[in-house]
Write a protein that binds this ligand. Structure first.
Ligand SMILES: [Zn+2]
Length: 185
């Protein structure tokens, strides 16, 4: 929470991690705790993915700042990834999706969709499908030419959750491979 700003290759944020404890001290007005279902809590899943992504990137020599939901630092990076799982009512109305800041190049998100959708055996809904995605709070904490909010799938859909839950570390490695390809472009 008191981490100083980092100048790194990659910022990896685990969505909702550290909440609700981090909201009051950091004056977060909308303390969104993330999706939950019988399969688990989004804020318990996102750190597993983020840690695996950070571990794989560091093993290849990239400099990584691994961040929770709320923190004071404003980082600089070449790529920033924000990890989430979606929730929906009714269940199974959603799937995977991705977001990027309005005004930014859509190409990285389009490449992510092309990379991830064939691996994900459910629907990939689209890019910036809600204002929560295009206006994501975490985008403001990082200066980076590429910022990508990733919804890996819908946690509240039992079939999707059953597919994702045993693959959280694998999904982190998958994301690391994608980021490395972006950094080498
Ligand atoms: Zn989320």
């Amino acid at each position: 929470m008191h981490a100083s700003a980092a100048d790194v290759d990659v910022v990896v944020q685990a969505g909702h991690q550290g909440r609700p404890a981090s909201c009051a001290p950091l004056h977060v007005k909308k303390c969104n705790l993330g999706a939950s279902s019988a399969a688990g809590l989004e804020r318990a899943w996102t750190p597993i993915v983020a840690d695996a992504t950070a571990r794989a990137l560091r093993a290849d020599g990239w400099r990584v700042a691994r961040r929770p939901a709320d923190y004071r630092a404003r980082d600089r990076a070449r790529f920033a990834a924000f990890i989430h799982f979606d929730g929906a009512i009714p269940a199974c109305a959603s799937g995977a999706s991705a977001g990027f800041p309005l005004g930014n190049d859509s190409a990285p998100a389009t490449r992510w969709r092309a990379f991830y959708a064939p691996q994900f055996p459910f629907t990939f809904r689209g890019l910036n499908i809600t204002t929560n995605e295009s206006g994501y709070y975490g985008f403001r904490n990082v200066d980076a030419p590429e910022k990508l909010l990733i919804e890996f799938g819908e946690l509240t859909c039992p079939r999707q959750a059953a597919w994702m839950k045993p693959r959280l570390v694998h999904l982190g490695g998958t994301l690391a491979r994608f980021i490395e390809a972006e950094l080498r472009r």
